[in-house]
Design a protein around this ligand. Structure first.
Ligand code: TMP
Length: 209
């Protein structure tokens, strides 16, 4: 089972993923968590290049290919082998981040991106995608005040982040079977419970023994 967490910056994915993995484990499943970009030795090096504040000259097409290079690596090195062993894979971001940020955010043609993504992921689509939806200004101010890593991509203007949020909502509305929208403006405890509720719909507790 492949589950992805998506959302605009500051939506709290990274804070929630550990608790959700713990919940899945408590249902009797083996689970691993991954994050993009990164999650492999090669992917972490690519992440460095993407995030560096002094790489301001990076063209959106370059950025896409770097995200996709890191993704191709994690799909083949980590995600697919674990899914084949029956392990639940829970990923902090995946291909939908490219559609939301590069497609809706940077206005790169969505059909071209979908074709690139099909190649990069070898056709692997999540079984469930949890969208942590949050007001853009609230999300960005959370990131500022939490003292978390501030990277080049956080520095884009507000309108960019607004397009990303709307893009996510559009993707979710177009495929409600795969997507579940969670109100990430609620308290962290409420958000965690909503995430668990959504996962429960596709993962029944395993009988022990
Ligand atoms: P995060 O580790 O805080 O989620 O930051 C990753 C940043 O990279 C975030 O701003 C979203 C962005 N991103 C893209 O623009 N495209 C992608 O394909 C991925 C995976 C992330």
């Amino acid at each position: 089972m492949f589950i992805t967490l998506e959302g605009p910056d500051g939506s709290g994915k990274s804070m929630q993923i550990g608790g959700l993995a713990e919940f899945i484990r408590s249902q009797g499943y083996e689970v691993i968590t991954t994050r993009e970009p990164g999650g492999t030795a090669i992917g972490d090096q690519i992440r460095e290049v993407i995030m560096r504040m002094d790489n301001k000259a990076m063209h959106p097409r370059t950025e896409i290919l770097l995200f996709c290079a890191a993704r191709a690596q994690i799909v083949s090195e980590v995600i697919k082998p674990n899914l084949e062993k029956g392990v639940v894979v829970l990923s902090d971001r995946y291909a939908d981040s490219t559609l939301a940020y590069q497609g809706y955010g940077h206005r790169i043609d969505l059909d071209i991106l979908r074709r690139i993504l099909a190649f990069v992921t070898d056709g692997l689509t999540p079984d469930l995608t949890l969208l942590l939806d949050v007001d853009v200004e609230k999300g960005l101010s959370r990131r500022h005040s939490s003292g978390g890593e501030w990277n080049r991509l956080d520095d884009y203007e507000l309108a960019f982040h607004q397009r990303v949020r709307n893009g996510y909502l559009e993707l979710a509305a177009a495929d409600p079977k795969r997507w579940k929208v969670i109100d990430a403006g609620n308290s962290p405890q409420q958000v965690q419970l909503a995430l668990q509720e959504a996962v429960r719909t596709i993962l029944k507790p395993k009988p022990r023994g």
